[in-house]
Design a protein around this ligand. Sequence first.
Ligand SMILES: [Zn+2]
Length: 327
Amino acid sequence: MSNMADRGPASVPRPLRCNHLRVDARGYPIIATIGQESPPDFGTVSERRKIAMAAFDLCAVCTLPFHDELRWQVMFEETDEDVTTSEAPVHEICGLYAAQICPFVSSPYARLSRGEGRKGERRSELVVLSGYRATRAVHGKASNIQSDAVLHFDMGGYVRRHVLRTRGDAEAAYSTALAAERPMELDQYERQLVDLLCSLTDPEGEDSGGVMAGAAWHVGAGFCAGVTQVQGLDRYNVAPYTTIAVQALKDRTVRKLADDFPDRYTRAAMQWLITRDRLPAILAGWRSDGRRRFSQVLKPLASQDKSAERRKAQRKKQSAARRNNRR
Ligand SMILES: [Zn+2]
């Protein structure tokens, strides 16, 4: 048995789309869903970063968009059913890359191959990567492991899977995916979001997850079911986050915020929002739920606009009538 499991992460070639990720002191890439400060805590997934992934429809490993690619989940059993999981989905090649280097993903067969499987421990002997057509819903709910709620992802439309029983399986599937990989094209607004998410805040040098979660809240994540119960996200359920989110349901306000909102993260999010031909389905759903829930708040403004226009038209008519009368 080879000792591949002990090869450093730097010796595994990265997918093109992971090249921009920063690395920790040992060479592990700092993936999208963990805090970007150093040293990174690979054991703690950030709910703030997850809500940004969900809103902008980004991969939980590389931070790049899904576009029309399948969404993959790492699992420990084979099933064709729709699943709900607290993990944010990833690209196929990013999931296969994680199975090469990530101790959390590769541990079952890595441990087994080293004869470290504990007796009596009923643990799966395989890693399954399952590809789904769609993320059907994202919502906050209590998890089995933590008492606090976390974001959950409903995956639907199973398409195909990789079953990785040995490290050899994982290597073969990954090298096939690497050989087929083409660079992903991003427009400047997508690129801007990715850059902000993968950098520390300037000048504070903090994880950008907090400000990006705020930006996600503003574009529509604040209307995600159960989001206010999720650990670390309740802080956004207050003004001005909530009022900006409601006002940003109007395209006119989105255009204005994209131009002159003082915070660059929200500005970038609004610029991205107004330049989409088609919104990611999850965000589109949140925004239409928001419009339904806040129709009373949004409608009076709209009808005020209209009645102002009506009054103006009436004044015009009256002064025209007065002019006519004077003749
Ligand atoms: Zn990816």
